[in-house]
Design a protein. Sequence first.
Length: 257
Amino acid sequence: MRKNDYIKTMRAMHMPDDMRARIAQRMAQENEHKEVSISMFKHKKKRMAATVIAATVVVGGSAFAFGGTAISQIIATCSASADYTSLPSAQQCQRDAGFTPALLQSFDNGFAFKDGVIVHNQEQNEDGQTVNKYASLEFDYQKGDETVSLMQDSGAAQEKETGRCAAQKDGVSYYETTKTEKYVSDSYQMTEQDRKEEASGQVEFNVGPSDNGVETVQYHGINWTAGDVHYSLYQMNGSLTTAQMLEMAQQITAAAD
């Protein structure tokens, strides 16, 4: 897992459901031989030999309606290697993902485009039938040894901003989410302190992809919708402040105009 990439509050700040699937995909991408399943509950990791990764998210532990059909999970798949090693053109993105994203070569704070992947999403009902498909584009930007990821998509059945409204500008609302998750091995025995943290909502525990010990991941993200595109800008174990991420988010929105 990347070493340089939401604490639940009583006000019910939650990680967006789609971001959970995307983060699972990112984790799997960086552990090329693994399939990672992320849900609102504890899960088991699975091994796979192929270079295509699948990430599954149970939507809030329940289902939401799409065209009269209840959607219970999202499956996101992508290649283990980058689809883009240089910033793609609007025409290429339209062809690959069916929409035109915000395209930035670099940000004012020095983060520059590193690479990107196409993520293919399937929204499924409780019977496992696919009821909606759409593509996302995830671009990584790097500065020194630190990375920030930008996910963009258009076409999801439900894009719901979650978290604390951190800013509003030109009719766009930007929401901040933070979360602490601990990934543990199959054989890990939770301590009394672990149980207290989980019960209080301070930390969420999941099994995998760590093979031993405990890996703690701090997620910090900004999510918003502008026009018909939904955006998620996030870091895992990064150092960007809320103010810095908001500046980057607003640059993204401006670039999409």
